[in-house]
Design a protein around this ligand. Structure first.
Ligand code: SF4
Length: 597
């Protein structure tokens, strides 16, 4: 039996509830976006009491479906001003699933002038809201350790760091990994860490012990689907297992992580480099997933069991793709940061012309410790380079600048935490890569236009995960597309956005898309797990579009118009080397993506 937990931070009280029938098929993004659209005034100030934080594990969290432990966190975004769902791995999705919790709705805030900080502990039998002033203002590595020392049972932990506690809109919501060695599982986008800070919550601790996870209504169908999907994932060259039958490296994600894309996207001419001025980075190989793999092997050889570097690391129990990694320090073999994802290696590397793996990993480690979104922070550092406060390529300078964010009195530190748009405008930059106020991820929309359509039209602000057309445009999944200009970009983006909204709701990791698009049995397996779980038929596209419709309606009520579904001007006017192309998708084509929703 699934249940809801409603927490009121104004009265520091809570109540448990049954899931209302109107939400019975909803979890993950479908749940967070539905609750926000039903309960939050779209015109409210996102950092005042009218906003809510909604937390929901996917529908299949806590079941044995593969790679299904993702967590959705939603709120009105202080970065975009619109609805937001930010999605992460880590332990909390699984722990909430084990507790049979479909969603947590956090509303209100302590009275103005309150200086106390709170944390929340949730277990099978209780929900406790308690003062945790001693956890305020400390780095997240130290925080997660303190929490695990206090609470046995390997709990999931999410929360906000220094940046969120200071209401900076570049802040994300962190999560711990399975070993609790790194707070780097981020629902990073949209400034949701600041929303948590505005409610004066530092951490939410989920203890799954003794809980009764959800049970599929049609177990036979669920099991059939689970097996088919697992097989499709394990046999696909992108999502497959670490080694093949002969012991050779096999799955691209397991061996090289998402950062396998650094070289691929650079070769394709779509890797934003030097502040979106070039599509190729000559230092790509040095900061790539292959470089991390080699470093891990090297430190294992040198330091043996004391080495802490990893690849093929699952971010939550039951992930069979295991794309995560742990980057070790070369001179000690000890953990520097984990994971170093493609987006982070790009934002803190190629886009800043930084080609030192050590410096990129250090910038990522600092973002994790401060509680900052790496994509937003990397783009913000690029604004500082554009604006003349730092030199492109200056890794140590960027590290020193980011360290200023620990000091609450440092103007540079505050600027770095305030996001790309604010930093760009403050510094007089006119090439600011944002949509709806949120910074662009690691695919230049000029040569890869389908993803540009997603950036422009998703209700989430520039977000590659909202409709990952790269799978078709670059990786040739579901057939090869040779010239992106030939695509029906509106159809491509719409199809990916709808499927993504469904996947984000059921709790699967988006990376299952590679296998299910290439393997019809895998796709059917995914459908069978969901429909077997619910004991009814759900159509993938209809379900996803219904979620997007609610999100667009929220944004419309917040004041967004079609003019907000556009890319910054410079993508239309500045050709990008090496292909020297601009973003030439017409406004009519952008408006066609969701014209009938
Ligand atoms: S594939 Fe990677 S990001 Fe996705 S759930 Fe597994 S480890 Fe996490």
């Amino acid at each position: 039996m699934s249940r809801l937990l409603r927490i009121d931070m104004s009265s520091l009280s809570h109540k448990w509830m049954d899931v209302p029938s109107k939400y019975s098929d909803f979890a993950g993004r479908a749940f967070t976006s539905s609750v926000l659209s039903d309960e939050v005034d779209p015109t409210c100030d996102p950092l005042r009491e009218g906003n809510k934080i909604v937390i929901s594990p996917g529908l299949l969290a806590g079941t044995s479906a593969p790679s299904s432990g993702r967590l959705s966190i939603g709120a009105k975004s202080p970065l975009t001003g619109g609805i937001k769902e930010s999605n992460a791995g880590g332990l909390t999705g699984t722990r909430l699933g084990q507790l049979g919790i479909r969603g947590i709705i956090i509303e209100g805030m302590p009275p103005a002038g309150t200086t106390d900080w709170y944390s929340i502990y949730i277990s099978k039998d209780k929900c406790e809201i308690f003062k945790s002033n001693e956890w305020a203002g400390i780095g997240l590595y130290e925080l997660i350790k303190k929490i695990w020392d206090k609470y046995p049972g390997r709990p999931g932990v999410i929360g906000c760091g220094i940046a969120g506690q200071r209401l900076h809109i570049g802040a994300g919501i962190f999560g711990n990994n399975m070993e609790n060695s790194d707070p780097g599982r981020f629902a990073g986008r949209g400034g949701l860490g600041a929303v948590m800070g505005s409610k004066r919550i530092i951490a939410i601790i989920s203890d799954g012990r003794g809980g009764e996870g959800p049970k599929p209504k049609d177990k036979e169908r669920f099991d059939r689907g689970r097996k088919a999907l697992t097989e499709a994932l394990q046999n696909h060259p992108v999502t497959g297992r670490l080694t093949d039958d002969e012991g050779k490296p096999f799955g691209g994600l397991a061996n090289y992580g998402t950062n396998i894309l650094q070289n691929i996207i650079s070769e394709a001419g779509g890797l934003p480099t030097h502040g979106f001025r070039d599509g190729r980075f000559k230092g790509a190989a040095k900061i790539s997933g292959e470089a991390v793999h080699e470093l891990v092997d090297k430190t294992r050889e040198k330091f043996g069991d004391a080495a802490e570097g990893k690849y093929g690391h699952p971010c939550h129990p039951g992930c069979v793709m295991a794309c995560s990694n742990v980057v070790p320090y070369e001179d000690t073999g000890k953990l520097q940061v984990g994971p170093l994802e493609y987006e982070s290696a790009w934002a803190l590397g190629a886009n800043l012309d930084i080609d030192s793996l050590h410096d990129v990993a250090e910038l990522n480690r600092l973002c994790n410790d401060l509680g900052l979104d790496t994509i937003e922070t990397g783009n913000t550092l690029a604004m500082m380079m554009e604006g003349g406060l730092l030199e492109f390529g200056d890794g140590p300078g960027a590290i020193a600048a980011l360290k200023e964010a620990y000091d609450p009195k440092s103007p540079i530190g505050r600027l770095i935490c305030s996001g790309t748009l604010i930093a760009g405008r403050t510094l007089g930059v006119t090439r600011i890569p944002v949509v709806k106020g949120q910074a662009l991820p690691a695919y230049d929309p000029r040569p890869i236009r389908g993803i540009g359509v997603t950036y422009a039209t998703t209700p989430m602000g520039a977000d590659h995960t909202a409709g990952y057309t790269i799978a078709a445009e670059i990786l040739g999944v579901k057939g090869k597309i040779s010239d992106p200009r030939d695509l029906k970009k509106a159809d491509l983006s719409r199809a990916f956005q709808a499927t993504t909204a469904y996947i984000d709701s059921v709790g699967y990791c988006l990376f299952i898309a590679f296998a299910i698009l290439d393997n019809d049995d895998g796709f059917q397996g995914m459908v069978d797990t969901v429909n077997g779980f619910l004991g009814k038929e759900i159509d993938v596209t209809e379900y996803g579009l219904a979620v997007i419709k609610k999100e667009r309606e929220f944004n419309r009520r917040a004041g967004f118009t079609e003019k907000d579904d556009r890319l910054p001007e410079f993508f239309r006017t500045e050709p990008l080397p090496p292909h020297n192309v601009t973003f030439d998708v017409t406004d009519e084509e952008l408006d066609a993506v969701f014209k009938d929703l």
